[in-house]
Design a protein around this ligand. Structure first.
Ligand code: SAM
Length: 266
């Protein structure tokens, strides 16, 4: 297909066969798996996935590429043309669980991860290509520069491993950044038992909203009232003068649970 890559859709097409091999191997595909691919593009990865005979649901925003994929003859391919961030994932993900395998459009990879979190029970494994910096954030631990919202939220529910580093030359056109493939597997037991998951997410966002400030000031700046957070800090045994990036995931969980019970009582 003669297609001029569209920058606005983050189109960097993978052409390195070794990287494709590594992605498919990391997916550890089994006979009854179902696959979701976001951004099949010209179909380099899609072709590999279809060759397994497993059902593949591919979501592509680019109408031209989507139409070319729809013209393919494989019976195990379903193509949905549209913006994956706007489509209804509950309707898309019929008969879960799915393995999500994708070379993601980098400009929306964080938003896709938040969607994944909203629908995490529908996934049994994710093998995803990220811009290296985003990959670093996903695997970062507390006290490091890369540790942030994505690290805490994703590591609460997923075990995350690096599969392979990918240089720009693996793509056409080459992106300006290095890339990395990660494998994310749902933890058999979540790291936290949370009373109120939306509150936990809001807390984590607030804690990293102003990274240079103390945790207390960052939360105040994000609209958390002092009369709610101060008793929660005390009950959870967390020094409000610390910075958000020093908190372990378990400490975020303890603080969130204290906040949820203070709120219930208040
Ligand atoms: N999978 C192909 C490959 O590896 O060669 C293409 C990967 S390319 C980095 C990202 C793909 O995602 C492009 O095909 C692009 O059109 C598509 N895309 C970008 N934004 C999208 C969105 N919001 N919803 C669905 N697909 C999107």
């Amino acid at each position: 297909m003669n297609h001029r890559p569209r920058k606005r859709f983050g189109q960097n097409f993978l052409r390195d066969q070794h990287v494709l091999d590594r992605i498919v191997a990391a997916a550890d595909l089994q006979a009854d798996d179902r696959i979701m691919e976001i951004g099949p593009g010209l179909g380099a990865l899609t072709g590999r996935l279809l060759a397994t005979g497993l059902p593949v649901l591919a979501v592509e925003i680019d109408r031209d590429l989507g139409a070319a994929l729809q013209a393919r003859t494989e019976q195990n391919l379903v193509v949905r043309i549209g913006d994956v961030l706007r489509l209804d994932w509950t309707e898309l993900l019929q008969d879960p669980p799915y393995k999500l395998i994708a070379n993601l459009p980098y400009n929306i990879s964080s938003q896709i991860l938040f969607k994944v979190l909203d629908h995490r029970h529908a996934f049994q494994r994710l093998v995803l290509m990220f811009q290296k910096e985003v990959g670093d954030r996903l695997v970062a631990t507390e006290g490091t520069r890369d540790y942030g919202i994505l690290s805490v939220l994703m590591q609460t529910w997923f075990r995350i491993e690096r599969v392979v580093k990918v240089p720009p030359g693996a793509f056409f056109p080459p992106p300006k950044v290095d890339s990395v493939v990660l494998c994310l597997e749902p933890l058999p037991e979540p790291r936290l038992v949370l009373n109120d998951e939306p509150l936990f997410r809001k807390l984590v966002r607030g804690a990293f909203a102003q990274r240079r400030k103390t945790l207390r000031n960052s939360l105040l700046g994000s609209g958390w009232p002092a009369e709610q957070i101060d008793p929660a800090f005390a009950e959870a045994g967390i020094d409000p003068g610390r910075r958000g990036e020093t908190l372990q995931i378990e400490e975020f969980g303890a603080l969130a649970n204290q906040l949820s019970c203070c709120r219930r009582e208040g």
